[in-house]
Design a protein around this ligand. Structure first.
Ligand SMILES: NC(=O)c1ccc[n+]([C@@H]2O[C@H](COP(=O)([O-])OP(=O)(O)OC[C@H]3O[C@@H](n4cnc5c(N)ncnc54)[C@H](O)[C@@H]3O)[C@@H](O)[C@H]2O)c1
Length: 258
């Protein structure tokens, strides 16, 4: 068996990939798995420069660590200009995101609203804006990170839920536009997955243990998901096995939306 996943898959041999949010949680797991499945080059974009440097050292010469704030247009233009020597991009994963404040939509402070939309929506848009021209005609694939909160109401995560809903429609709109241009565009909608972001969410109320039990119980499987369970779905959507899938918002949620 090769060094791919447990099935030995090597679906990305020779491919060039870009992953935003690669320094932590789901983006980190996806980046590692793309490397195990053979990518020739991988650009790691995140605002956490120290964690990116550690990951790049772990991966070796295939990795290019590019510290950048995804909401900053100049920084994103500069980040993609560092890939000028690549002949194109085959895979784009947009995982950078923040949870923002625990609040309903109407009570959200304007500055918090703008920050969540700047990172989650504008940050995703800027990655698409700079990557897509270099993906056209390559049998390329994009997987964006939405959330179950982008498909069903998360009333106490109002700005987050609204921003993730926007990502679903950005995905569908771009997927249809690019449908005959050799770029598939899909998104995943994870439920509650064990990452630093979930820990932050659970710690955000007066009773973290009670909040954890409540969140767990919202998922029919009565457990949180693991990063690798989301990665499986992301890599499937990015792989040739999903060649007839575009514009999909795929829940990975232990039955939550069922
Ligand atoms: N963990 C979950 O339960 C869950 C559920 C649904 C969706 N998601 C989504 O999955 C994605 C990854 O989340 P995670 O759980 O791995 O969280 P995480 O906090 O572990 O990782 C998020 C990463 O994004 C980076 N980031 C944040 N703002 C940035 C910015 N402005 N510029 C560049 N990088 C930035 C962070 O530095 C971090 O490395 C997010 O889009 C999140 O909304 C997570």
């Amino acid at each position: 068996m090769s060094e791919g996943d447990s099935t030995g898959a090597q679906r990305f041999v020779g491919k060039a990939a870009v992953v935003t949010g690669a320094a932590s949680g789901l983006g980190l797991d996806v980046a590692r798995r793309l490397v195990r499945e053979g990518v020739r080059a991988i650009a790691l974009i995140d605002r956490d420069a120290a964690a990116l440097a550690r990951l790049a050292a772990e991966i070796g010469p295939a990795a290019r660590a590019i510290p950048a704030d995804v909401s900053d247009e100049a920084a994103m233009a500069a980040a993609f200009s560092r890939l000028a020597d690549w002949n194109g991009i085959d895979v784009l994963i947009t995982a950078a995101g923040i949870l923002g404040p625990i609040t309903d939509v109407a009570s959200c402070a304007p500055a918090d609203w703008d920050r969540v939309f700047a990172i989650n929506v504008r940050g995703t848009y800027l990655a698409l804006h700079h990557a897509v021209p270099r993906m056209v005609g390559r049998n390329a694939a994009i997987v964006c990170f939405s959330s179950t909160a982008g498909l069903a109401a998360a009333p106490t995560l109002g700005p987050y839920s609204a921003s993730k809903g926007a990502i679903v429609m950005m995905t569908k709109s771009l997927a249809v536009h690019l449908a005959t241009q050799g770029v598939r565009v899909n998104c995943v909608c994870p439920g509650s997955i064990e990452t630093p972001m979930l820990e932050q969410n659970l710690a955000g109320g007066p009773d973290p243990a009670g909040r954890a039990a409540m969140y767990r119980a919202r998922h029919p499987m009565n457990r949180f998901g693991r990063a690798e369970e989301v990665t499986e779905a992301v890599l499937f959507l990015a792989s040739p096995q999903a060649s007839y899938m575009t514009g999909v918002a795929l829940p990975v949620d232990g039955g939550r939306l069922a």
